[in-house]
Design a protein around this ligand. Sequence first.
Ligand code: AMP
Length: 843
Amino acid sequence: MFEMQVERSPQAIAVVCENTQLTYQQLNQQANQLAHHLCTLGVGPEVLVGICLERSLEMIVGLLGILKAGGAYVPLDPAYPSERLAFILEDTQTPILLTQEKFVKNLPPHQAQVVCLDLDWQENIQNSQKNPVNETTADNLIYVIYTSGSTGQPKGVMIPHRGICNQLHWKQTTFGLTNADKVLLTISFSFDPSVWQIFWPLCFGGQLFIARPGGHQDTAYLVKVIIEQQITVLALVPSILRVLLEEKGIENCRFIRHITCGGEALPGELIERFFAQLNLNNVLHNCYGPTEASIDTTFWTCQRGTNYDIAPIGRPITNAEIHILDENLQPMPVGESGELYIGGIGLARGYFNRPELTKEKFIVDPFSSERGARLYKTGDLARYLSDGNIEFLGRIDHQVKIRGFRIELGEIEAVLRQHPSVKEAVVISREEVQGDKRLIAYLTLNLEQTVKVEQLRRLIQQKLPIYMMPSAFVILKALPMTPNGKIDRRSLPEPAQTRQQAEETFVPPNDEIELKLASIWEKVLGIKPIGIKDNFFDLGGNSLLSIRLFAQVQKAFKKDMPLAILYQNPTIEQLAIIIRQLEFSPSLSSLVPIKVNGSKPPLFLCQGFSLYQSLVSYLDSEQPVYALISEDGQGMPIRFNGIEELASHYINEIRTLQPEGPYLLGGHSFGGIIAFEMAQQLSSQGQQIALLALFDSYVPSTIKKASVSKSLSYNLNQLLKIGPAYLLRYAIERLSEKYGNIALKNKFIRIKKLQYLVSRAAYFKIVKEYATKYIPQPYLGRITLLMASDRRIQDEPKLGWTKLAGGGLEIHEIPGDHISIFQEPSIRLIAKKLELSIDDRLS
Ligand code: AMP
């Protein structure tokens, strides 16, 4: 289906991820190259291929490559604990594992042959770009997705192509995606809604937009992306829809055409809120279905004013059947509740390596005369309403949904029981605030044993995904029992609203910022007291609570901060550092954290933010990164008396964070010159510089004006290489350089849209002034120069640094021009070279 779409619209954009994109033709060619490579490694129908990648263009190329080679993919989310990844790899024994170099070292021991998409890419380029011959049939597997298992281990659901073809066919014939549609991929590929989010647009000519990891729970980010990218199709779980509807700017999203809401019960009151905020008819659909039946099985299009407490799950999709049966497999009359069974062509083949469980859950279909017809026993309670719709009533067993994540409580209980002190463990989900379910663990201990909550949290963190972490642990003398000897889950006490960490780890707030933060945390988490070193997520903070917390933090400190900051800085202490830095603006706002966590010394990068921000995701996860910026709150440059003064100001800034060397410094373009001057000053103060990295920086005095003909041919060349985006870049640079002064003197400065141009103009002006005055002195240390291969001026071979690098000049040529070296794929090379240099110098 994808290849047919490539024929229809080869030049249309197929997939976009941050600043990078691929057309249908490019995506197809890259996937083909990979597929040919995989074929030579023996991939074909029924061969399972593990894929451990984060959300990126490579992930899409990887998935298509596996399918084109005829294989079935097994998603391995790099964010999962290594024990869970180890279990999946062990269970499936995948012969091949597709990944990226940066994940290889964190993978558990396994038997698979590793194919690194970034390293082995060259090999792929040699391969044919033609569609490989595919012998897969509808009965062959497309993927094996692991879902929570009640006995303590996850189970692999085997889905054949048939079910997904049917799913996409139903979606397309019912909701008709067009080539004007943009679909947002929000969910990790280890959950099955990702399958339609990826393949629906790719098979029917829409555009796939990949949200950043964690973005699906950051509603401010979602609104921003929806508006900026004009997203028309997305999926949300009800608890996130609730928060999204309260988000600033949501009323500007009325161009959305389709929202799949599902994964858990959708309250009727939330539907009314949706209509009140967005007023869109036939857009919100309540979709129901388990992983075992290929994504969605029934759906209901939400209507206003229907008075349902809980939205119906509607009727079956094309080629699906629903039966509501009693214990003897007899159909229940309308209005009476029974277990929901699913039949039809969407059914999974079964559970991987689990024939007994497969037999128990996939039973012979007593209503069908077709040979081999089966029904899947969902464990969901439901009933038919008199209008023909189906109503979801809850679960028969101990499976729960927390923010759409499917969790077998038994799996958490089994892990807790592994602790030598724990005798019994019961986990339940409680909903004290509407739409906010939390997991609570109750334990009894072996005689004379004790256990620290921290140890239990660590145990869970090692073995289970983070969404399975209980919010509270309650130790009881005995579990309450019913008269017939079963655990009485209803009589389990409410957890005390106190902090459950060991007392010795409690560190009280030290100043007003920390105090203010602590009181917000206590209010949001409902726990008291909270120490400044406690981790928000360990204390039961979840994505929903983090959104609430951040809204309050932003209000209290009157600062706009991206939610991602909380994920990188999950303690009061870390967050306070960032707020303190923001507090001192504009004079002390120069040190801007991009990534705070990590065991390595921080890398300080001068004069920029967005280029460095994109670099961070490619660097070692242990590498903290800070940007140094000299701008006021409006983005206008702050004037210093030359490069020396600016460098000394930056040094004061970084010393508040890292008082002593060895320092890691770097900068792009003019930022490199400042980093150079900082290195000079720091060395003369006796400090050690472990790294001075210059990204395509010229020594100012060597900059020569290129001749008109050279300029013209360079620009034409870049235009051909980069495409129309280069024109815009070129125009902005030129305009702000040439006409910036006029703009600066005039009132244009007040026009918001011209703000960027004006700030660039002012920046160029200052840079020119600084550069003409600056006479660099030879530096005794080593310089690492990462220079762009496409250079406007060819005269100065090493950009003028040879004479200045007394301790040696290490040169790496990076494919691309001054700006595109910070884009895919070159940015990977930059990150790799940096990492190698840092490791080398610090060792
Ligand atoms: P999963 O395999 O993660 O898709 O989870 C499937 C389970 O989620 C179902 O068996 C239901 O218990 C629950 N579920 C999915 N969609 C809905 C819905 N729209 N309303 C209520 N429960 C749902």
